[in-house]
Design a protein around this ligand. Structure first.
Ligand code: SF4
Length: 336
């Protein structure tokens, strides 16, 4: 088997082998007898999913591991908390055709795949009706028609779910059609997949990103510096030698990264790996995620401290998203 084919098989095998049973996850981390095992949700509506490269970066025996906290469904998720809703960003109202969100001027978001390689417990789309928005190749045609008929859209964001769940043949098909829409100039791919299964960055995917008429931008999603240790650093090497910008967006999460040292390390080590900090999001107030919230006042203090530690080009923008706004709302540090 050629090396290219081997890497294609490898990421798919890792995806298929992801841990989906919370008890198995705890057993792997030597936590079966720990009190945390009595706080898990055995069969959550949003099931757990943890691929092996991500699991391998957790510390056995640590119930507070920041990577484990992002993926383990615990009883806190079942609390009803005022102000936390199933569609906090009112995205269902910005969904003109299945598979496409048009919220902001000049750009549209294409839900290219209706699933993810990992299930992040804080995800703002954990209640999103993916089943109604996962149209497949034929259904994507109506989203492409929408893009063709809106000449004011210059940038397409492939999101999801995770768009890199599409295999390279499907991406090739989609990118060719997008490149054929003359008013499109940029292609942005939002993905957490290379972070949790670095093998997804196949040589062919690199060719697709660098070979398109559209200017490509890859936006990763990492919340903790240990997520660089999945093998991500190594697979980014060839990409960082190209002209494709690699950015990172993180979510500020209680018990995961709500600490200046952790955020500084994330930004600095990310940059060493060729990734520029882009956004630090305040949590979207989605039902089941209140235990991850960092209050805005505390977030601002953390951000001030972060700004005091980092040069301006390494400082992500602290933002909050609000339904109906024309863009994300930036919360500036007091000093820059
Ligand atoms: S990978 Fe992204 S879209 Fe998928 S569950 Fe995690 S945060 Fe949500």
């Amino acid at each position: 088997m050629l090396a290219r084919e081997r890497s294609r098989e490898e990421w798919r095998d890792l995806l298929a082998g992801a841990v989906t049973d919370p008890l198995r996850l705890l057993a792997r981390l030597e936590l079966s007898a720990h009190p945390i095992s009595r706080r898990i949700v055995a069969a959550p509506a949003f099931p757990i999913r943890v691929p092996e490269p991500y699991l391998a970066c957790m510390t056995p025996g640590d119930p507070d591991d920041p990577l484990l906290r992002q993926v383990l469904a615990v009883a806190d998720e079942e609390r009803t908390v005022a102000g936390f809703a199933t569609d906090p960003l009112a995205e269902n109202g910005a969904n003109p055709v299945p598979g496409l969100l048009h919220k902001y001027r000049g750009r549209a978001l294409l839900i290219a795949a209706g699933g993810c390689a990992i299930h992040c417990r804080y995800c703002f789309r954990r209640h999103f009706p993916y089943a109604d928005n996962n149209p497949g190749r034929r259904g994507l045609e109506s989203a492409l028609d929408y893009l063709r008929s809106h000449a004011d859209i210059h940038e397409v964001i492939l999101s999801g779910g995770d768009p890199l769940l599409l295999d390279d043949d499907a991406l090739d098909w989609l990118l060719a059609r997008l490149a054929g829409i003359s008013h499109l100039r940029r292609l942005r791919i939002h993905s957490r997949l290379p972070v949790v299964i670095p093998q997804r960055l196949t040589p062919r995917l690199l060719d697709l990103l660098t070979g398109s008429r559209l200017r490509s931008v890859l936006v990763l999603h990492m919340n903790h510096p240990r997520e660089l240790q999945t093998g991500l650093r190594e697979v980014l090497e060839p990409l960082r030698r190209t002209d494709v910008p690699i950015l990172n967006q993180a979510v500020l999460l209680a018990g995961v990264n709500d600490c200046v040292d952790t955020l500084v390390t994330l930004c600095e080590q990310g940059f060493d790996a060729g990734i520029l900090p882009y956004y630090l999001h305040l949590l979207d107030r989605v039902a089941g995620t209140a235990h991850f919230e960092v209050e805005e006042e505390r977030a601002r203090k953390l951000y001030d401290a972060l700004a005091a530690e980092l040069p301006g080009y390494l400082l992500p923008r602290l933002v909050r998203e609000r339904p109906g706004d024309p863009g994300k709302l930036p919360l500036a540090p007091r000093f820059q």
